[in-house]
Design a protein around this ligand. Structure first.
Ligand SMILES: [Zn+2]
Ligand SMILES: [Zn+2]
Length: 365
């Protein structure tokens, strides 16, 4: 069948709307009619090539939609189901078996090439292959073919067009705090960069009973939203932030989450830690970024480590986030703005602007 995609071609060109052919399903695949898709910073970073993945590719990895057809081996969803799409994993390696599919041995092949593991694609144009499986989905499209493991059923009582970001941004933010850092109640935590992931980390900190929750950002609007969602202190990003956090907490923060990818913020997210203290590095710094570390500082029980996709199993974590939304504890609707699919370039520009548009969501119809 013929479907419409917004193809990322190069950093300098706008997204290119094209008709492509969607091929038949394999046994373990699902065809989804995309209802909406969030735009995540990673999509923009790939389009702009600060994260260097092959282009052209159909990006988008926060899709939500309705299942249209399933392969003969698919058991977790059926036609008509409402679903959220998330990253792909093999399901059989040691990492997948220990509940850490975001560190799957095949993570790169399955999520970052835009192709199936055997280097084929369900999408083609004029007989030429189109990279159409970014993060198991390529949701900047009216339809996609996704592996069943990327497709998660959600309740029909929920607003489907809102739910796509559960599959990446919210899983990453809430999951980094809940699954990776696991702060004991009463902890202090600093969150650097309060876009969607950082705001979700603030929510994760509230849910795990953190007492002091410090949000750091350059945008007033985002800090105001962080305060609404439970941040106890808000700091304007700048040179003296680490010292301010040490003074605020008395001995330094127990935990930090770095979501901006900004090298100065990464340095501060370690410098602000108490003894002991852990920093989760989540933001994507520019390719090739290296950083000197004060080993005397780290030596006192401090550390930094990268965290991918909140170290969550999407098939169980996304429904959990959906239930948090249902009960009002994850008020995603307060930081999204909807755009028509045709306005994807405008949505990307707005999200990079003043900080007022935190999570753009494209509506496909
Ligand atoms: Zn993402
Ligand atoms: Zn695996």
């Amino acid at each position: 069948m013929s479907v419409t995609v917004a193809l990322a071609v190069s950093p300098d060109e706008p997204f290119s709307f094209q008709e492509v052919e969607l091929g038949p399903l394999r046994d373990d695949e699902v065809r989804v009619r995309i209802v909406a898709s969030g735009i995540c910073h990673t999509d923009v970073a790939v389009k702009e090539q600060s994260v260097e993945l092959p282009l052209p590719m159909v990006l988008g990895h926060e899709g939500s939609g309705v299942v249209e057809a399933v392969g003969s081996g698919v058991r977790n969803v059926a036609p008509g189901d409402h679903v959220v799409l998330s990253g792909d994993s093999c399901g059989v390696c040691r990492k997948c078996h220990s509940g850490l599919p975001s560190y799957c041995d095949e993570f790169v092949e399955r999520n970052l090439t835009g192709l199936r593991v055997d280097r084929t694609s369900a999408m083609s144009a004029g007989g030429e292959l189109v990279r159409g499986r970014f993060c198991g989905q390529s949701s900047f499209a009216t339809h996609c073919v996704a592996p069943a493991r990327s497709v998660i059923k959600v309740g029909k009582d929920l607003p489907l067009e809102l739910l796509g970001p559960l599959g990446c941004g919210l899983t990453t933010g809430v999951g980094t705090v809940m699954n990776a850092l696991r702060p004991p109640s009463g902890s202090s935590i600093a969150v650097f960069g309060v876009g969607t992931v950082g705001l979700s980390a603030v929510i994760g900190a509230v849910l795990t009973g953190c007492e002091t929750i410090i949000a750091v950002d350059m945008h007033e609007a985002r800090l105001a939203m962080a305060a609404e969602l439970g941040a106890t202190h808000c700091l304007q990003a700048g040179e003296n932030v680490a010292q301010a956090i040490v003074e605020l907490t008395g001995t330094g923060a127990d935990f930090s989450v770095e979501c901006s990818g900004n090298p100065m913020a990464i340095e501060q997210s370690v410098a602000c830690l108490g003894r002991p203290g852990w920093c989760a590095q989540v933001g994507a710094p520019p390719a090739g970024t290296t950083m000197p570390m004060d080993m005397g500082h780290l030596g006192y029980g401090r550390g930094i480590r990268g965290v991918v996709l909140g170290e969550a199993s999407p098939q169980t974590f996304v429904p959990y986030l959906a239930s948090l939304y249902r009960s009002g504890r994850l008020p995603l609707e307060r930081f999204v703005r909807y755009y028509d699919f045709a306005d994807i370039d405008q949505a990307v520009r707005d999200s990079a602007g003043t900080g007022e548009v935190i999570k753009p969501i494209l509506k496909m119809s």
